[in-house]
Design a protein around this ligand. Structure first.
Ligand code: FES
Ligand code: FES
Length: 166
């Protein structure tokens, strides 16, 4: 038996038993079998958001899904975002050391980037409350929340300036 899924724009087919087990989580499968190591596994139980990817355009926690559940779906990991994606740019620009940085160790960053990407896909100009709500499932142990919120604001400005295009 096989499963098919689109990963970062490429249609892929995998054989159950050879490429993945029925019990393999989507996060482990993407990292270890597909090589999408941008997504991180931290808590492995749905509590931190580090493993966030987009499935059919919606943010999902890949550690809480089985790889077989992605059969027939469209997946996007941080590797699939273009370098000039406004969210990528905004996080990269908000990284000066000190108060206001969006990242220190960077372990949480891919998860935040994908969560923000999903948010701006649906709502290019979110309010502060909407940003906080959208980010409520992502944890940053370095405590960069103020900088992350700033980066989201800049990403939204860039998205709007480009006519809503991501
Ligand atoms: S690793 Fe998936 S939510 Fe923490
Ligand atoms: S930057 Fe280190 S966990 Fe967020």
């Amino acid at each position: 038996m096989s499963v098919t899924m689109r990963i970062n724009g490429e249609q892929r087919e995998f054989e159950i038993g050879r490429d993945l087990l029925p019990t393999t989580t989507l996060s482990a499968f993407l990292r270890e079998q597909v090589g999408c190591t941008g997504l991180k596994i931290s808590c492995d139980e749905g509590a931190c958001g580090a493993c966030t990817i987009l499935m059919d355009g919606k943010a999902v926690l890949s550690c809480m899904l089985l790889a077989v559940e992605a059969d027939g779906h469209d997946l996007l990991t941080i590797e699939g975002l273009p370098e000039d994606d406004p969210v990528i740019e905004a996080f990269a620009e908000q990284c000066e050391p000190g108060h206001g940085t969006a990242l220190q160790c960077g372990y949480c960053t891919p998860g935040f980037v994908m969560t923000v990407r999903a948010l701006l896909n649906e709502n290019p100009s979110p309010t502060l409350d909407e940003v906080k709500e959208a980010l409520s499932g992502n944890l940053c142990r370095c405590g960069c929340y103020a900088g992350i919120v700033k980066a989201v604001g800049h990403a939204a400005e860039k998205t709007v300036a480009r006519g809503g295009r991501s």
